[in-house]
Design a binder for this molecule. Structure first.
Ligand code: ZN
Length: 300
C-alpha cells in the first residue's frame, strides 16, 4: 500500500512540475475565449486589445510588450493595429511563435460592399487601378470570428499550434477542440433557424464588422463608415436615401466607435441606433443575441 503511494507520487511529481500553463497572446477578446476552449487549464491567455478598446487604433502598453517575453505563442488576426505593431511585437521576443489565426480561411475584401454601394448611389467612380494595387493586408476584412463555421477553422489552427508547442498534451487539445467544434455547430444551427425567414435582407451598420456573419447567413451588411472614416455629406445623404428606400429602421453600432453619423442617419429615417458588439468575450451568447436583434430589425 505504502509502496504504491510512493510510486504514484513519484510519477505525479514531474507531471506537476511541467504543468505551468503556456502563455498565449491574442489580438482581440473573442480569440481569448477560443484559445481557452481548446487549451483550458493548460494555457494562460492575454488579449492585446483590452475590452472597450478599438482594434483599429490600439496601442499596446509597455507592460503588455514586456509580458511578451514569457509568451510561447502570439495569434494574430489581421486587425489594423497589428500593421503598426507586429514588428515590435515580434522583436520583443524572437523565440515566440507568431501565427495567423486566419490560416485556411478565405478572406473577403472589406471594401466590396462599400464600393458597390458607392458606384450605384452617388455616381462617383472609385479609382479602379488604385483599388487593385491596394489589395493589401488593410483591404482584407479581418473580422473572421463573426462566423461560427470560420471559428471552427480558427479553433483547428489553435489546436494544431498548441499541440506543436506542447506535444505531451496533444490529445487534450484534440478532445477540447472536438467539444468546442460541437458547440459551434449548435450555435450555427441556432442562428440559421433564427435567421431563416430573413435571408437576402440588408442590415445597416456603422463599422463593417459583420461581413463574414452576413456571408454565412445570406444577409448583406450596408456600412456607413467609408474606408475607416466618417462618411462625407454626400455619401451620408445617399445612405439616408437608401435606408428610406429599403425601409431600414435600425442602425447597428459597435460600442468602440463614434456614433454620430449612425445617429444622424437614424434621425433622418425615424429609426433607432442599436449596439451590437463583435468583440464580446462571451462569444456564443453574444452572437445569438446579435442574430436575434438583426432578425427583429429587418422584420417588416
Ligand atoms: Zn473592425
Amino acid at each position: 500500500m505504502m509502496r504504491k503511494l510512493v510510486f504514484f507520487i513519484a510519477i505525479l511529481m514531474p507531471a506537476l512540475g511541467s504543468s505551468e500553463p503556456l502563455r498565449v497572446f491574442v489580438s482581440v477578446p473573442p480569440q481569448k475565449t477560443f484559445v481557452e476552449k481548446v487549451g483550458a487549464h493548460l494555457v494562460e491567455v492575454h488579449t492585446m486589445v483590452r475590452p472597450g478598446h478599438n482594434p483599429h487604433t490600439y496601442d499596446p502598453t509597455p507592460q503588455q510588450i514586456s509580458a511578451l517575453s514569457k509568451t510561447a505563442l502570439y495569434l494574430r488576426i489581421g486587425v489594423p493595429f497589428e500593421n503598426a505593431w507586429m514588428e515590435r511585437i515580434r522583436s520583443a521576443n524572437p523565440d515566440m511563435r507568431v501565427l495567423d489565426n486566419r490560416t485556411g480561411i478565405d478572406l473577403r475584401s472589406i471594401a466590396r460592399q462599400e464600393h458597390e454601394h458607392h458606384e450605384k448611389n452617388d455616381g462617383h467612380q472609385p479609382d479602379k487601378a488604385r483599388d487593385e494595387t491596394r489589395q493589401t493586408e488593410s483591404e482584407r476584412d479581418p473580422h473572421v470570428w463573426t462566423s461560427p463555421p470560420l471559428v471552427k477553422q480558427m479553433a483547428r489552427n489553435i489546436r494544431d499550434a498548441l499541440a506543436e508547442l506542447d506535444p505531451p498534451n496533444r490529445l487534450v487539445y484534440a478532445r477540447n477542440y472536438g467539444d468546442f467544434a460541437a458547440e459551434l455547430d449548435t450555435l450555427d444551427r441556432d442562428i440559421r433557424s433564427m435567421l431563416k425567414d430573413i435571408s437576402n435582407q440588408k442590415f445597416m451598420v456603422f463599422h463593417p464588422s459583420w461581413g463574414y456573419f452576413a456571408d454565412t447567413y445570406g444577409l448583406t451588411q450596408v456600412p456607413i463608415e467609408k474606408e475607416g472614416k466618417q462618411p462625407g455629406a454626400r455619401a451620408l445623404t445617399a445612405l439616408i436615401e437608401q435606408a428610406k428606400r429599403e425601409q431600414v429602421k435600425v442602425i447597428f453600432v459597435q460600442p468602440q466607435f463614434d456614433k454620430r453619423s449612425a445617429k444622424q442617419v437614424a434621425r433622418a429615417i425615424g429609426g433607432r441606433v442599436v449596439p451590437i458588439d463583435p468583440l464580446a468575450a462571451d462569444y456564443a451568447d453574444n452572437l445569438r443575441e446579435v442574430a436575434r436583434l438583426i432578425a427583429e430589425a429587418v422584420q417588416r
